[in-house]
Design a protein. Structure first.
Length: 285
């Protein structure tokens, strides 16, 4: 009989982490499952190494859970194959690799290597999908806050609120591999390692974590009026952002530095950090 140790985040998908983790049983017949709250494990690497060899480890949750777990384990050999079952609210990582929450768990060890290093507000982290500052950071901060309050809201709803007046565009200087550009009226300035963010927005359709390893894509969306912003961002969602040649600048590279005229909300894999005026991201290619 197969034995599975399921690592779950109780806060994933608005508090449905354990309930979603238990859905794993539907993929395996005659298997034995045990469950462990990953937020209460002080040393995950040691914990995994101490598991019996026959026990298979499965991580469940969304992009935030995956990002935090990868950061804990990065550079440490877990000593075993780690499976992943996507059960979050956004699931942009799954979209990016052509999978869905309906798929059975699959090995992710290969995706836990070569991730970009992000430096922001004295912190150093790895990202699995991408980072951003501007409207996307505002959206992530507001969605997370409302979810913590038990309120249901989508990324799209909050984005519309921001476009209609709650978000104030700022000025920015973006440097990609040493090439500096100044921008006024910046709405978004993400850097993508995958192609999706925000629960299905295909921000960088030509970015690929597998086809172009070590490369990231810097996107700057700027100088859009509030009236036209709604229509332009619909293009972004559909993966047509590069057609916005008047408003969007796409550049690929290995090192991106960004400086902003005012503090803004920043997001990394959907998790927000407030009061950011500068970030850097380094790829390993």
């Amino acid at each position: 009989m197969e034995e599975f140790l399921v690592l779950y985040n109780p806060y994933s998908q608005k508090g449905k982490g354990l309930a979603n983790a238990k859905k794993l049983a539907s993929f395996f017949k005659d298997a034995r499952f045990s469950y462990e709250d990953i937020t209460k494990i002080p040393d995950l690497s040691a914990f995994l190494k101490e598991l019996p060899a026959k026990t298979r480890a499965v991580l469940t949750g969304g992009d935030g859970t995956l990002s935090k777990t990868v950061n804990v384990l990065y550079g440490h050999d877990p000593g075993r194959e780690i499976l992943y079952y996507g059960a979050g609210s956004g699931n942009d990582f799954l979209r990016d690799i052509g999978r869905s929450p309906k798929d059975p768990p699959f090995p992710i060890n290969q995706y836990m290597k070569g991730l970009p290093l992000v430096k922001v507000n004295g912190l150093s982290m790895r990202c699995i999908n991408g980072i951003g500052l501007g409207l996307d950071g505002f959206c992530c901060a507001e969605v997370n806050r409302r979810h913590q309050e038990g309120r249901n809201v989508s990324y799209g709803q909050v984005a519309l609120e921001g476009v209609m007046g709650r978000y104030k565009p700022v000025d920015a200087v973006i440097t990609v591999d040493g090439v500096r550009q100044e921008f006024k009226n910046v709405w978004m300035a993400p850097v993508m390692f995958g192609s999706y963010f925000g629960g299905g927005y295909r921000m960088a359709p030509n970015q690929s974590r597998t086809k172009t390893p070590g490369q990231v894509t810097s996107v700057v969306i700027h100088s859009i009026s509030r009236f036209s912003a709604v229509f332009q961002f619909l293009k972004v969602k559909k993966g047509k952002g590069e057609s916005m040649t008047k408003y969007a600048v796409y550049r690929t590279g290995h090192h991106v530095e960004a400086e902003f005229s005012e503090p803004c909300d920043f997001q990394i894999d959907g998790e927000s950090i407030p009061g950011v005026t500068r970030y850097e991201i380094f790829s390993e290619g």
